[in-house]
Design a binder for this molecule. Sequence first.
Ligand code: BTN
Length: 257
Amino acid sequence: MFSIENFDIKLDTEYIGRTFIYAEELPSTNTFLMDRNNGYNENGTVVLAEKQTTGRGRKDRVWYSAPDSNLTFSILLTKDKFLTNNSSLINFAASLSVAVSIENLFQIKTELKWPNDVLLEGKKTSGILIESTSQGNNIERFVIGIGLNVNQTSFQGTFNYPPTSIRNELGRNVDRERLLAEILNNFELLLERIKKNKIEVINDWKAKCKMIGEKISVVENELEKFGIFYDIDEDGFLLLKTRDGIEKVHFGDVSLG
Ligand code: BTN
């Protein structure tokens, strides 16, 4: 059972997580926050579900997470013009906050895989799904959905990347309340740092991305492209060096080779 009291003691933010919804079960925390009619429209609202019946991943994949063991939650961002104009960097703030929090609390090394997976020992422990709703040309709300395998010990099914959990790498169960608070504290700090100096945040992100400089393949819109992972630009897009020059990749799945 998740203790909201223990989580609240560790939360040190101004607005992220100050409206906090705890649910035993939801179809998907992202779907919940994407719907403005649910009545939760406060910037920074966080919803955590112990179980999702239709947890969603990127590219219409399913996100399965063992109930009561992990962290499956979403964060709502609204009415922040700067962030909505730099939306791809929200990805970086989210994945970096998960990585930095794991390192701070458990001293285990993390790696980031573009665009937003967090790896431990080359296996995926966290995935992020960012969605938005618009009115006219304006983005109205951003929902940042984070799935983090914390205390789950076994993984059944087929995965596009081998999964792991913090528990599996650390060898002991970890306190989910403290971890969630740490992630939200770091996420808010990173959002503020992006506003002041986004290049610095991108550089921190790049320092954890081991694939830069490697030969990779990227699948974007069913199309597989090959080249060298050349760099990440100031909007957070991947720069792929191919025979024809440098190509900007907006989204996709990256693999070595
Ligand atoms: C991915 O790696 O494909 C992204 C996975 C994102 C899963 C999280 S769990 C909380 C939130 N609610 C969802 O339905 N999906 C995200």
